[in-house]
Design a protein around this ligand. Structure first.
Ligand code: PLP
Length: 359
């Protein structure tokens, strides 16, 4: 059928890449398959959280609370901010989309560092807005001076991803403080802290504190990574009241299920237990980085639950090698691979596979 005879799409759709979710690999003879490609938490949910999930499952004939009141109340208490400043959504990707829909339209600009979170350009395009991608510095950090210089009168929102996905480094408080002096007050700056619970660098920007001190700063957080609820899709925004209100308006109605809300609230109640697991992931990350250094890799220090290996032209070759040992990792062809901190056995295998790739 010729194109003229088909229902028409918006022209933006042609250019829209499909979101590449982390792949699974097939088991290889005698080897259990592992997935280190999506930065998931390899731990099963806490038994106490599972119990809440089972209980909430008995009520799925009812619509959930469209205002996620319980969760917003719990978050307001945790961060000591008014509930009006919080909005939830279906994962922080969902919330990110709600933010862009709320602040940017045709011809507006959405700025972020590159390489960074792959959802940003997709979300900008869906809104009809233009992505302004500012290259990372050579050390993998955000080039906030260049980002400030790239601001125009069409800039509506700037995302700062810290720790950055996929390179793992943080942006410091002083870098952000300086940056904010250069950003006009009518531009929203969103600090995406999807991995903040894994950070152990005291110089890293504190999103909530920064948000409280500025009228144009918001924070994006998720229950998918440290809290281990990726499959339930729940995340949130905290920021200026009128932005939070707009972000609630652009949400898919009833998007956050009751199961997701109850599990998130239970996870906040059991945070100490969950954060013990996060501590172990940080130790595993240190071990993994040390092992990689021992075989000759110079990886940028990570403050997230993954490590970036800048393999350049050998990226695809390495990804193939990992498939051969039944471990899925996340390749960025021509640039490098992102390897999530997960099962020890999988990481051991990756280290063995990495030896011939070390410089
Ligand atoms: C994983 C991730 C998110 C959130 O994912 P959700 O599962 O949608 O909450 C947000 N930002 C970054 C940078 C991420 O890597």
């Amino acid at each position: 059928m010729s194109k003229e005879n088909q229902p028409r799409l918006r022209p933006e759709m042609e250019a829209l890449p499909t979101y590449k979710a982390g792949k699974k690999v097939s088991a290889v003879a005698g080897l259990e398959a592992f997935k280190l490609s999506s930065n998931e938490n390899a731990n099963a949910p806490l038994p106490s959280v599972l119990e809440v999930i089972y209980k909430a499952a008995t009520e799925v004939n009812r619509y959930p609370d469209p205002f996620t009141t319980q969760l917003i109340t719990a978050l307001a208490k945790k961060f000591d901010i008014p509930a009006e400043q919080i909005a939830t959504g279906t994962g922080s990707v969902g919330v990110c989309q709600q933010i862009v829909q709320a602040v940017a339209g045709a011809g507006d600009e959405v700025m972020f560092a590159w390489r960074s979170f792959e959802a940003y350009p997709i979300i900008a395009t869906i809104a009809g807005a233009k992505s302004v991608q500012v290259p990372l510095r050579a050390d993998g950090g955000h080039d906030l001076d260049a980002m400030a210089a790239a601001i125009t009168n069409r800039t509506r929102v700037i995302f700062i991803c810290t720790p950055n996905n996929p390179t793992g480094g943080i942006v410091t408080q002083s870098e952000v403080d300086t940056f904010l002096t250069k950003v006009p007050n009518d531009i929203l700056v969103v600090i995406d802290e999807a991995y903040i619970e894994f950070n152990s660098d005291p110089d890293a920007v504190a999103g909530m504190k920064t948000m409280k001190a500025h009228s144009n700063v918001g924070v994006l957080r998720t229950f998918s990574k440290a809290y281990g609820l990726a499959g339930l899709r729940v995340g949130y925004f905290a920021g200026p009241t009128h932005i939070a209100e707009a972000v609630r308006k652009t949400a898919v109605p009833f998007g956050v299920s009751n199961i997701a809300q109850e599990a998130a609230v239970a996870s906040l109640e059991h945070e100490a237990e969950l954060f013990d697991r996060v501590k172990q992931i940080i130790l595993d990350r240190q071990w993994f980085e040390d092992e990689l250094a021992a075989i000759g890799f110079d990886t940028p220090p990570s403050q997230a639950n993954f490590v970036w290996l800048p393999l350049g032209a050998r990226t695809d070759e390495f990804t193939k090698a990992c498939e051969g040992i039944a471990v899925a990792i996340r390749p960025f062809s021509g640039e490098g691979v992102r390897i999530s901190i997960g099962e020890r056995e999988a990481m051991q295998r990756v280290i063995e596979a990495a030896k011939p790739f070390a410089s």
